[in-house]
Design a protein around this ligand. Sequence first.
Ligand SMILES: Nc1ncnc2c1ncn2[C@@H]1O[C@H](COP(=O)(O)OP(=O)(O)O)[C@@H](O)[C@H]1O
Ligand SMILES: [Mg+2]
Length: 286
Amino acid sequence: MSNVANASTVTTVAAPKPQLVIDKVFKRFGDGPGAVVAVDQVSFDVRPGEFVAVIGPSGCGKSTLFNIIGGLLDDYSGDVLCEGDRVAGPHPAIGMVFQEESTFPWRNVLDNVAFPLELRGVGKAERLERAHHFIDLVGLGGFEKRMPSELSGGMRQRVSIARTLVSQPHILLMDEPFAALDEQTRLLLGDKITQIQQDLKQTTLLITHNLTEAVQLSDRIVVMTYRPGRVKRTVSIDLPRPRTSDVVSSAAFGKYVAEIWADLREEASRGMADAEGRTRGAAPRG
Ligand SMILES: Nc1ncnc2c1ncn2[C@@H]1O[C@H](COP(=O)(O)OP(=O)(O)O)[C@@H](O)[C@H]1O
Ligand SMILES: [Mg+2]
């Protein structure tokens, strides 16, 4: 080819090095006939600043994978490399947000968010300043003195997010953080997460079973199969940013959702058949 002759004038732009590498990760629970392979040879990379969603039906191993990456389950095979280190315990560069309620009910918003800095012995003035910054970032400015019980579920989840962000993790890991919220709150919180992503360029890995959420937020979506959890497909979401909840009603958005649903549906059906089979097996025969 003619441009080969001009190779000296061609500059190669190297792809940014992955910040997180998940390489042939495998995890089995138990032994013998009752053993469950939760995660089977899962491999993908996450680049700095990228937002990647891992989507799959219930029981496909998403939380298991999340717990491995977060260092909560160190007994796995394959490798998780965070900035080059193999993860085998909580890594300081990784911050986690969970699905369950995780605010401290006895602390106000400010003290909840400042808590990780308190643990690290950061001085009061600095930790309050940093906590204020992240409270503003998640849109809770003015609620610093409120107790979690005075807030909505969506607001409490934002407190949890601010409390994780205050440690300035390089990688944010979220396991179905909106699962307990209603659809409207979920969409609005999605807007908030998108905005935080714009502001911080925060590398984020989101685990979800919600298709709309995944397409709205992600640069890339990793679709997992139902048990054993494997990577079925990876889809790049080429939609313009910033993506507000308006994007949700566009034709291009609908096309992504339909495409990924086709994959997911197959897996979800297998999951459902499996659950029904087990129920039938357990029922007394007549
Ligand atoms: N601690 C555990 N002990 C035994 N089995 C487990 C454990 N955690 C998860 N599993 C099993 O592994 C599979 C994947 O679970 P999980 O990772 O929670 O899926 P997901 O988050 O996608 O719903 C399920 O079949 C689940 O029952
Ligand atoms: Mg889960």
